[in-house]
Design a protein around this ligand. Structure first.
Ligand SMILES: Nc1ncnc2c1ncn2[C@@H]1O[C@H](COP(=O)(O)OP(=O)(O)OP(=O)(O)O)[C@@H](O)[C@H]1O
Ligand SMILES: [Mg+2]
Length: 301
């Protein structure tokens, strides 16, 4: 295990160096934005399963951390929590222990190589929607503690439009909807978008098109969603970026190691570095009011 941890640490150092050295090639990339007082909370969602949400959440979090931001990744996928698998870590405690009151959130939050903090999730739980007033207040107090010590909170919300997914997406200042060019993924993305807009979401909804052949395909897909959103929902979405279809992603998943660490120069890593750079430059410019978890509480009551 120490050998594995050291290897991951070396990979993380390599990623940080790569990001630093690439700053001369790509404007803002590698230049940490001025520190903002507020935390940017990003919910990674999207209607369809298997479109790459967890890969985006894990690798984006690592990339932002490598840029020098303080980042915590929370696996809030109550259906199929598997960010720990992608990260290749096993944590003794997870969100279930927090929900049941056995552990404090800080005890569950682990620090990983690459300076990333991580809260492991729990599967098959709808319980979050049924917390008692006391439990809810306790959880919110603990989550608020996380906001105070982070520049970014990245929430892997899971697939679908269950109450939990929608609650956390609505509570975040930024939602990244991950889709692929597949018609079913686009339909599900639109369905999620519709729910958020109908619930008067106050933050920024961005679309990330994954598994595309080239940039032009990503643009076409994005524009199609943006047009439908403007026409039928009267809502302007924003372009988050894209990720090329890249076999390194699957290789890294099989090796239980994030592609950003294992293959920092692969096409998928370069795409996410560009996304991270934009998000970092806009850090703290959330439009929704109040802290993330005050909004969560407001949604549950
Ligand atoms: N850019 C990519 N190129 C190639 N394969 C990819 C890419 N992104 C994701 N994949 C493949 O898709 C699989 C599913 O990815 P991931 O687990 O991140 O999806 P998900 O949206 O989180 O799924 P779920 O809805 O089940 O939570 C990965 O194991 C990987 O093999
Ligand atoms: Mg997932």
């Amino acid at each position: 295990m120490p050998g594995v941890a050291r290897h991951a640490k070396d990979q993380a150092r390599h990623l940080r160096n790569l990001i630093r050295s690439s700053s001369s090639l790509d404007g803002p990339l590698g230049v940490p934005a001025a520190r903002q007082a507020t935390t940017t909370t990003i919910a990674i969602a999207g209607g369809k399963g298997g479109v790459g949400k967890t890969n985006v959440a894990v690798n984006l979090a690592l990339c932002l951390a490598a840029r020098g931001a303080r980042v915590t990744l929370l696996d809030l996928d109550m259906g199929m929590a598997d960010a720990d698998l992608l990260l290749g870590v096993h944590t003794p405690y997870n969100l279930a222990h927090v929900l049941s009151g056995l552990r404090e959130l800080q005890e569950v939050c682990v620090r990983l190589p690459g300076d990333l903090r991580f809260v492991s999730g729990t599967s098959g739980v709808e319980r979050l929607a049924n917390l008692s007033e006391f439990e809810r207040c306790r959880l919110v107090r603990q989550l608020r503690g996380l906001e105070a010590i982070n520049d970014f909170l990245i929430l892997d919300c899971g697939a679908g439009i269950s109450r939990n997914v929608v609650t956390f997406a609505l509570a975040a200042g930024t939602v990244i909807l991950v889709t692929t060019p597949e018609p079913t993924a686009l339909t599900d993305t639109y369905a999620t978008l519709k729910v958020l807009v109908r619930q008067h979401y106050g933050g920024s909804i961005q679309v990330l098109v994954n598994m595309v052949g080239d940039r032009a395909e990503a643009r076409r897909i994005y524009q199609r969603i943006a047009e439908v959103s403007a026409k039928f929902l009267k809502y302007s979405i924003a372009e988050c970026g894209y990720m090329l279809h890249d076999n390194h992603v699957e290789l890294a998943v099989r090796g239980r190691s994030p592609f950003m660490l294992r293959f920092p120069k692969c096409a998928a890593s370069s795409c996410l570095m560009a996304v991270a750079s934009r998000l970092d430059v806009n850090r703290g410019r959330e439009s929704a009011s109040g802290g993330l978890f005050e909004r969560v509480v407001g949604l549950f009551v």
